[in-house]
Design a protein around this ligand. Structure first.
Ligand SMILES: Nc1nc2c(ncn2[C@@H]2O[C@H](COP(=O)(O)OP(=O)(O)OP(=O)(O)O)[C@@H](O)[C@H]2O)c(=O)[nH]1
Ligand SMILES: [Mg+2]
Ligand SMILES: [Zn+2]
Length: 374
C-alpha cells in the first residue's frame, strides 16, 4: 500500500526518477518506512503525507524566457513560475555564457516566501539539440540561443539591413552541425525593387538547389504568412537573423494577439536597433511554438575541425567521395571534385568562399562581403 502511494505520488508530482539525490532520499525513506511499518502506523502516515508534499513540490517544465538570473518556466500542468538556479550549475561538455537556454526542459522545486511561490531549478533534462552562437569578438565565448527546437527560420533582408551570404552560410553550417532543419525566409519583399528581387530569386534558387526550403514573405503585408504557419504547425521553431530583419514583426503577423515590441530600423545605419533583447518562446493558437530571438550581429562558427567543415556544406560533402584524396580539404589538392565543380559553375562561388573562410577561421571579414550568389 505504501509503495503504491509512493508510485502514485511520483506520478502526481510528475517525479523524474533519474534525479539522483532526491531519488536516493526517496529510496532511503521507503526502506525506513518498511522497517517501521509493524509498530508505528501513525508515524508512517505522517511520513507519507510529508513525502507526498515533498514529491508534489518537484515540478517539471520548459524554459520560456531567461532574463539573467531568473527563468520563466511553464510547468507540464501549464502554469508559469519564476525560477532560479541555486549555486553552480554547469552542463558537462558545453562552455557557454548561459547555463540554461529557452527550450530547456528542467525539474524544479517550489519554494514559498512572503506569499510568493518561486522555483529552484535542480536538473536539466538531456537536450535533443541546441543552437549556439560564438561571439566574433575576442572573448570567443559561446552562448546557447535555444534548445530542443524542431526547425530554425532564418530571416533575410537584402537591403535594410543587409544580410550577406557569408552570414547565411555560417548560420546554415551551424544548423547542419547541430542537425536542425533550416528554412530561409526572404522578408520585406513588399519594398524590393527589381534588382533586389532578382537577388532574392538567385539566392532562393541557389539554396533550394542545396536542399533548404526558401520562401519570399512580407511580415508587413502578410504575403506567404500562411505558408510559414503551415511549416510551423506541430513544431517548435526559432526565428533568427540580423537585428531589424523583422523577426518580431513576423511573430506578430502570425499571432497578432502577442503584440511584441518592434522598432523602425535606423535610417542612418540601415541596421536594426536590437529591440528584442532576450530570447522568448510563445505558444501559438495553431499548435505551434515560436522562439523570438534578439538580432545576431555576427555569427562565429563554433569549433569545427578543418576536416569536418565540408560535412556542413551538403553540396560539397556530396562531391567529396569523388576527390582523389579522402581527406581532401578542397583547397590546393590535385583532382579535387569540388574545385572542378566550382570551375564548371556547378558549385556556387559564394558558398565555396564561405567554406574557405570558415576553414581558415576568418571570423572578421565575412560581415562586409557582397552578394555573389553565382
Ligand atoms: N516594409 C516592410 N517592413 C518590415 C517588414 N517586416 C518588418 N518590417 C519593419 O522592420 C523593422 C524592424 O522589425 P522588427 O520586427 O523589430 O525586427 P527584429 O528582427 O525583431 O529586430 P530585433 O528585435 O532588433 O532583432 C520594423 O520597422 C518593421 O515594421 C516587412 O515585411 N516589410
Ligand atoms: Mg525583435
Ligand atoms: Zn576535394
Amino acid at each position: 500500500m505504501i509503495e503504491a502511494l509512493v508510485i502514485t505520488s511520483c506520478a502526481l508530482a510528475n517525479c523524474n526518477t533519474t534525479v539522483s539525490s532526491k531519488t536516493n532520499s526517496v529510496v532511503f525513506f521507503i526502506s525506513k518506512v518498511k522497517l517501521d511499518f509493524k509498530g508505528r502506523t501513525k508515524y508512517i502516515k505522517k511520513k507519507c503525507v510529508s513525502l507526498l508534499r515533498y514529491l508534489k513540490s518537484r515540478m517539471t517544465g520548459i524554459v520560456y524566457k531567461s532574463t539573467g538570473s531568473w527563468y520563466s518556466i511553464k510547468s507540464l500542468e501549464g502554469d508559469f513560475y519564476e525560477c532560479r538556479i541555486k549555486g553552480k550549475f554547469r552542463i558537462q561538455g558545453i562552455k557557454s555564457t548561459n547555463p540554461l537556454a529557452v527550450g530547456d526542459r528542467v525539474d524544479f522545486d517550489l519554494e514559498t516566501s512572503n506569499n510568493t511561490q518561486t522555483g529552484v531549478i535542480t536538473t536539466i533534462h538531456p537536450r535533443t539539440n541546441y543552437i549556439v552562437r560564438k561571439s566574433v569578438n575576442l572573448s570567443k565565448q559561446t552562448h546557447i540561443i535555444a534548445s530542443n527546437i524542431d526547425q530554425v527560420f532564418l530571416l533575410i533582408t537584402i537591403d535594410s539591413p543587409p544580410t550577406f551570404t557569408s552570414f547565411i552560410d555560417r548560420f546554415l553550417a551551424t544548423t547542419e552541425a547541430y542537425a536542425i532543419k533550416a528554412v530561409l525566409l526572404f522578408n520585406k519583399v513588399d519594398v524590393n525593387d527589381e534588382a533586389t528581387q532578382n537577388i532574392v530569386h538567385e539566392l532562393s534558387e541557389l539554396y533550394e538547389s542545396i536542399g533548404y526550403p526558401c520562401l519570399s514573405i512580407s511580415a508587413l503585408t502578410g504575403e506567404n504568412i500562411e505558408a510559414v504557419k503551415t511549416l510551423m504547425t506541430g513544431k517548435s521553431s526559432m526565428f533568427a537573423g540580423h537585428s531589424g530583419v523583422g523577426k518580431s514583426t513576423l511573430v506578430n503577423a502570425i499571432e497578432p494577439g502577442l503584440n511584441i515590441k518592434t522598432k523602425e530600423i535606423s535610417e542612418q545605419h540601415k541596421q536594426g536597433q536590437h529591440t528584442t533583447t532576450f530570447a522568448e518562446m510563445f505558444d501559438l493558437s495553431f499548435d505551434a511554438r515560436i522562439i523570438d530571438t534578439p538580432g545576431i550581429k555576427g555569427f562565429g562558427v563554433v569549433d569545427m575541425e578543418p576536416a569536418e567543415v565540408d560535412h556542413y556544406f551538403p553540396e560539397l560533402f556530396a562531391l567529396k567521395q569523388s576527390c582523389k584524396f579522402h581527406n581532401c580539404l578542397h583547397l590546393h589538392e590535385p583532382q579535387c571534385a569540388v574545385k572542378l565543380a566550382l570551375e564548371n559553375g556547378e558549385v556556387s562561388a559564394s558558398r565555396y568562399k564561405s567554406y574557405t573562410q570558415i576553414l581558415e577561421g576568418d571570423d572578421e571579414h565575412y560581415r562586409t562581403d557582397n552578394y555573389e550568389p553565382k
